[in-house]
Structure formats: structure tokens, C-alpha cells
Design a protein around this ligand. Structure first.
Ligand SMILES: NC(=O)c1ccc[n+]([C@@H]2O[C@H](COP(=O)([O-])OP(=O)(O)OC[C@H]3O[C@@H](n4cnc5c(N)ncnc54)[C@H](OP(=O)(O)O)[C@@H]3O)[C@@H](O)[C@H]2O)c1
Length: 260
């Protein structure tokens, strides 16, 4: 299916790796011109190189999404390069795993800036440009933890719900000009999940990487964890006119793990 994204302009935040990169790839393969960003110049350059040959152009901008000036520059450079902005996709670095008693006030504020304010700033800066697009969309990558708290992931469980509250609200405020949706990944094999499994191997929870993946997959009806492409393609669909009546949705991409 042609998603009719050719020539559209997209900005994907926190996208030099993992789910952000997979979303940028799916959009660029559909012919959208895409800006990717991240803090590490090396990681950003390898991500840009990976996207070489996609149908759309790719602009790589070094930026920290917890800095509002960087977010503003990211949007400006995208609009300057591609002549507008049609699709905003937000991702962010994951907060550290911690229990309540291990978490102090600074951790709470840092998680809030990373997970919520980065999205608020990106929307504030993008909105005037999305309004000029005939098909403006906002898609936020959050987590299944907005529906089911995961043990030891206090900050993700608590703070990410601000993003789904935001999406529910703006999907009504910004419609019909701009559609806004959220995707809720379950367990998808990205560097973040690889690090998590490696840490559990070091602490003796798993024997090896394969053992870790099997354990993570054990409760998933699809009997495996997801591939980044499987999330990226949903993000491209939600950005496309083929999802033109999908607005305010919170779509789990978790192989059926959650029951609600
Ligand atoms: N993978 C999963 O199964 C899963 C499940 C549920 C939720 N999530 C959530 O989805 C998000 C993405 O996860 P992922 O698996 O794609 O992680 P990942 O593979 O570690 O990628 C994170 C990306 O974000 C960039 N980034 C991190 N902090 C940034 C910042 N302050 N400014 C700009 N870029 C930043 C990283 O590059 P730099 O470090 O170079 O900046 C990297 O490109 C996270 O919030 C994660 O918790 C993931």
C-alpha cells in the first residue's frame, strides 16, 4: 500500500536509535523527508548513514530534547530544509529503572522534562507549521506502562501518563486540522532492551541473551518480542491519510500482552 507520504515533511525526535529511528525509517521509505535527532554525534551519523537510499531525504540535527532552545532549532531547521512540517513524531530517552524509595526529587523533575516537557515543547514549536499542512499529525511514542504499571519502573509508570493526558486533550483541541495519537510499545528489541537484558545477565538473572529474550517473550501471546520495524510502520500509518479518521487513539503495539 502506498501511504501517500511522498514529499511530506516529518520530524522525529530522539531518533538516532531504536523506536524513533525505526519510525524515521518507515516514513523515509514511504518518501517523506525526515529530520532525525539525538545527542551523540556518532550515533546520529550512523543513523543517518543507515537511512541512505530511502526514498525521502534525511536531515540529521544534533539536539537534546530536554533543552527547549534545541527543540525550537530542530523545528526551524526542519521547516527551512523541507519547506514546512506535516508530521511530528515524538520519542525520548527512557527514564532509569527505580523504585519509589530509590527516587529523589531531582529524578522526578528530570523524568518530567525528558518525557513530558520535551513533547510539550515539540508540539508548541510545531503547531503553527502543522496548521499550515493539509494533513498535520502528531504521534507520540510512549509505553504500555501508561496502562499497566511495570515493577521497578516508577518514573515511566507515573510520568508518562502526562503524555497520554496531553494527547487525549489536544486530539480534541487541535481537530480537525491536526490529528494526535499515541503508540504504546510493549517489549521491542532496541538497544534499550539489549542493555536491560545485558544488565540482567550481569546480575545473574539470565544465563545469556537468548535466555533473556525467551523470558521477556514468555507472557506475550505472539510468543516473541517485537521488531522496531513493527512499531515504525504503525507510526507511518498513523501519519498518513490512510488513518484519516484515527484521532486521540492510544494504540498498544505489544503482541497482545495487555488485556485492555
Ligand atoms: N524498546 C521498548 O521495548 C520500549 C518499550 C516501552 C517504552 N519504550 C520507550 O520508548 C522510548 C524509546 O526507546 P528505545 O527502545 O527506542 O530506546 P533507544 O534505542 O535507547 O533509543 C533512544 C534514542 O533517543 C535518543 N535520546 C535519548 N535521550 C535524548 C535526549 N535527551 N535528546 C535527544 N535524543 C535523545 C538516543 O540518542 P542519544 O542518547 O545519542 O541522545 C537514541 O537515539 C524510550 O522512552 C523507552 O523507554 C521502549
Amino acid at each position: 500500500m502506498d501511504l501517500e507520504l511522498t514529499g511530506n515533511a516529518a520530524l522525529v525526535t530522539a531518533s538516532s536509535s531504536g523506536l524513533g529511528l525505526a519510525s524515521a525509517r518507515a516514513l523515509a521509505e514511504e518518501g517523506a523527508n525526515v529530520t532525525i535527532c539525538g545527542r551523540s554525534a556518532d550515533r546520529l551519523e550512523s543513523a543517518r548513514a543507515e537511512l541512505d537510499g530511502a526514498a525521502g531525504e534525511v536531515l540529521a540535527v544534533r539536539a537534546d530534547v530536554t533543552d527547549p532552545d534545541d527543540v525550537s532549532r530542530l523545528v526551524t531547521e526542519t521547516v527551512d530544509a523541507f519547506g514546512g512540517l506535516d508530521h511530528l513524531v515524538t520519542s525520548a530517552g527512557g527514564p532509569p529503572s527505580a523504585t519509589f524509595i530509590e527516587t529523589d526529587d531531582r529524578d522526578w523533575y528530570r523524568a518530567y522534562d525528558t518525557l513530558v516537557m520535551s513533547v510539550v515543547w515539540a508540539i508548541e514549536e510545531s503547531r503553527p507549521h502543522l496548521l499550515e499542512s493539509p494533513s498535520g499529525t502528531i504521534t507520540c511514542i510512549t509505553s504500555r506502562t501508561v496502562r499497566e504499571a511495570a515493577d521497578g519502573l516508577l518514573l515511566s509508570n507515573a510520568v508518562r501518563r502526562g503524555v497520554t493526558g496531553l494527547i487525549q486533550t489536544i486530539s480534541r483541541e487541535f481537530a480537525p486540522e491536526i490529528r494526535a495519537n499515541a503508540v504504546l510499545p510493549g517489549t521491542i528489541e532496541t538497544p534499550r532492551i539489549e542493555e536491560l537484558v545485558e544488565a540482567r545477565i550481569e546480575s545473574g538473572v539470565y544465563d545469556d541473551y537468548r535466555d533473556g529474550l525467551e523470558d521477556l517473550a514468555s507472557e506475550i501471546p505472539m510468543e516473541r518480542i517485537g521488531e522496531p520495524r513493527e512499531l515504525g510502520e504503525v507510526v507511518a500509518f498513523l501519519s498518513s491519510p490512510h488513518s484519516s479518521y484515527v484521532n486521540g487513539a492510544e494504540l498498544a503495539i505489544d503482541g497482545g500482552l495487555m488485556r485492555n
